[in-house]
Ligand binder design. Structure first.
Ligand code: BDP
Length: 733
């Protein structure tokens, strides 16, 4: 028994300890660690995972990439297992993680593994026995595969998957998995909603921030292997010796993580930098300039990836300024890069004001005649839809139409048209929808299989995502927008992954493995993009956003200089109905699709309702599948979008206390913003469309509280990512 005094002292100490525990904040969760948080596993799981990862057996030979793998495994396992992990040269006792390539690790070499199907980037994770002891091997042909395998192993632990009997072989489905940063050299971002650019050109090459290493780790963890670090609306300055030296310092930092640096190339650079009096791609002096420039870049960055080019699009210079074709322009650069192994990603995002053809058709018009005319190290980079990253678009008709030209797909991770960072929209279902669509140009010719080279034998394959990464502490402007960065990488690695599985993986790593949290949150994420479609652009509407910044509704906008910058160009609402007739009685854009697809989109009865108004001008009273008229259906859809967000909010409110307060609170606040904005979208669009439809609201659906003039008068200023607020040249619709 304790003496009276001792027990008092003990009681005081215990009380103090309890107090300390109560006030000691849980480790701050500000989102910086992304999905690589490595917080300790719950006690029962500790035992299981500790037993299989007691020791790390590192390769005998070291390299920066293997060192990154070792450091990540150590960081991850010691965090998750809540203790330091022994490092040894041999498998001694307990379970060991043995990682490396046959060349770098004698232990891996001794196993005589068949790694022949893994290529340069794939990995193998397998449970084995070495000298009678349990071990898990992470093996690959090249160091980068080992790093990818290390992240994959950590993901298993982070998501509490079994690590008992592993046999996983994984290789990426496309070669180039690239983030496109629309970042300007002055630190601003075109369409960025997460602060400023993470690339700090002013301090390069001398100082490269730790954030760049963490950025590289995050990318490597999802298999991204390239970054275009400058805006597609390019500045020639990035090609000056001064900036090449800066880019080289950045490339050095990315290299251990398998990330190649790419730059955007301004077509008029030779002219602007004062070297030649033209940028004509067929002029020998211009060609010599690009060759010398490529040589100069490769002297500084030996693994430089190549150029991404936006030419003759939205005011950017290009070969057509000299009456040359996109192929002439792309090939000139490709020729300069080819000796060094570099590539050109030539964007197909082209449309012209002078061209009266439906904007939907212009890229196809330009590029199909050039098929077969590009050099082998050129790929044409095509947005998922034919217009511009709308909440829902049918797939771009160029997919499947370029049998001889490698065709990359470009997605937009940053949410320019989906409510910026304060609206929740998990985009993987949208990308999956595009990737899984059958182009019908051959058997089983989904967009994904076109892109990965299964339909036509493309020697060059890739996926690009317009990044949503910035200097915000949480990187992406909101906690849930991190999921879009994550999902892009995972889908680029394997387009067969289901978006629901990706959501679940991400949520487990980012928040908690608590099923009472995961199930509702994954449900919420999976429905979130459809909610945005409903409150912004239901039934195949598109491009109704306000001018310039694209924040909030602007369906009435009609006065911009170029017709196709105006929302009225897209919805074409009038007294008779609404929608863009892209059949033979209209622009006939449907004819650009393969015959079976064209037949479906041409026929109003066969066109899926979710893209109905994209292809047809539909009378207000037409009966929809629900039995309602089109007008009533429109009201119902817009209202549905608002109630979907209300339901998301309610779900989230029910999760209070299941995760840290800081992240909980921000998400709760953003959902409140989203609900308000959803209501704004619904009311503004319906008030406006009602001026044409002139029909009553269906029973139970309230009319907007204000007349359309009220919504038209709303001006949103200094919205982030508005090129109109910066020096960037594009000031269009
Ligand atoms: C549009 C953006 C514009 C981009 C353009 C592009 O509004 O800022 O420069 O895409 O992809 O959606 O080039």
């Amino acid at each position: 028994m304790l003496s009276g005094r001792t027990s008092v002292r003990t009681a005081i100490l215990l009380a103090l300890a309890a107090l300390l525990l109560a006030v000691a904040p849980a480790r701050a969760e500000d989102g910086y660690d992304l999905w690589l948080r490595y917080r300790p596993l719950e006690a029962p799981a500790q035992r299981v995972y500790r037993a299989s990862a007691a020791e790390l057996v590192a390769p005998a030979q070291r390299s920066p990439t293997l060192e990154a793998a070792r450091a990540e495994l150590e960081r991850g396992l010691s965090g998750l297992l809540d203790r330091s992990v022994r490092e040894g040269a041999n498998v001694s006792q307990g379970g060991a993680i043995v990682f490396g390539t046959p060349t770098s690790s004698p232990a891996i070499a001794a196993l005589n593994l068949d790694l022949s199907t893994l290529g340069n980037e794939g990995y193998l994770i397998r449970s084995v026995r070495i000298g009678g002891r349990r071990a898990t091997i992470i093996a690959a042909n090249a160091d980068i595969g080992v790093l990818y395998g290390a992240f994959a192993y950590l993901r298993l632990v982070q998501t509490r998957a079994s690590v008992a009997d592993l046999d996983i072989a994984s290789t990426p489905r496309v070669q180039r998995r690239i983030l496109n940063h629309w970042d300007n050299l002055d630190g601003t971002m075109e369409r960025g909603y997460s602060g400023h650019s993470i690339f700090d050109w002013h301090r390069y090459p001398d100082w490269v921030d730790q954030r760049i290493t963490d950025y590289a780790r995050a990318n490597a963890s999802i298999g991204i292997n390239g970054a275009v670090v400058t805006n597609v609306a390019a500045s020639a300055i990035s090609l000056t010796p001064e900036f090449i030296a800066k880019a080289a310092a950045l490339a050095d930092r990315l290299r251990p993580y398998g990330i190649r640096l790419y730059l955007t190339a301004r077509f008029s650079a030779p002219l602007e930098l004062g070297a030649v009096d033209t940028a004509d791609p067929l002029d020998p002096r211009v060609r010599a300039w690009w060759k010398a420039k490529a040589d100069e870049i490769y002297r500084a960055i030996p693994d430089f990836g190549g150029f991404l080019v936006k030419a003759n699009s939205e005011g950017q210079p290009g070969p057509q300024d000299y009456r040359r074709t996109h192929a002439d322009g792309a090939n000139m650069m490709a020729e300069a890069l080819a000796p060094h192994g570099g590539i050109v990603m030539w964007r197909a995002f082209v449309y012209q004001a002078e061209n009266r053809r439906d904007r939907h058709m212009q890229a196809y018009d330009e590029f199909v005649p050039l098929d077969g005319r590009f050099l082998p190290n050129v790929t044409v980079q095509v947005k998922n839809g034919a217009i511009d990253f709308q909440p829902r678009e049918p797939f771009h008709p160029l997919f499947g139409a370029l049998p001889k030209t490698p065709t990359m797909i470009e997605f937009q991770i940053t949410k320019e048209y989906l409510g910026l960072a304060t609206n929740m929209a998990f985009l993987a279902p949208m990308w999956e929808e595009a990737l899984d669509t059958d182009t019908r140009v051959a058997d089983n010719a989904t967009v994904a299989r076109v892109v990965d080279g299964s339909v036509f034998p493309y020697a060059l394959t890739g996926m690009a995502g317009v990044a949503n990464v910035g200097t915000d502490r949480n990187w992406s402007g909101s906690h849930f927008d991190q999921a879009n960065w994550y999902a892009f990488g995972r889908l680029a690695w394997d387009h067969d992954l289901a978006s629901r599985a990706i959501a679940e993986e991400w949520a487990r790593m980012t928040f908690t493995n608590d099923p009472a949290f995961i199930t509702p949150v994954v449900g919420m994420m999976m429905g979130s993009r459809e909610a945005v479609v409903n409150y912004m652009t239901p039934l195949g509407l598109g491009h109704l956003m306000a001018t310039g910044h694209h924040y909030g509704p602007g369906p009435w906008v009609s006065e911009l200089a170029r017709p196709e910058w105006n929302p009225v160009y897209y919805h074409r609402a009038d007294r008779a109905g609404i929608g863009f007739d892209r059949t033979a009685t209209g622009s006939n854009a449907v004819s650009q699709y393969a015959p079976p697809v064209a037949a479906e989109y041409r026929d109003i009865a066969r066109t899926p309702e979710k893209v109905l108004l994209w292809f047809h001008h539909v009378p207000w009273d037409r009966r929809m599948a629900s039995g309602r008229t089109l007008w009533d259906e429109l009201v119902v859809k817009y209202s549905q979008g608002v109630s979907d967000v209300a339901a998301m909010r309610a779900t989230w409110t029910g999760l209070r206390g299941r995760i840290d307060d800081a992240r909980y609170e921000q998400v709760a606040t953003f959902l409140a913003i989203q609900e308000r904005e959803a209501q704004w979208w619904r009311d503004a669009c319906l008030a406006y469309f009602q001026t044409f439809a002139q029909r009553p609201y269906p029973d139970g659906y309230a009319p907007p509280p204000h007349p359309v003039e009220y919504y038209k008068a709303i001006r949103s200023r200094f919205v982030p990512g508005d090129p109109g607020d910066t020096a960037a040249p594009f000031r269009g619709g």
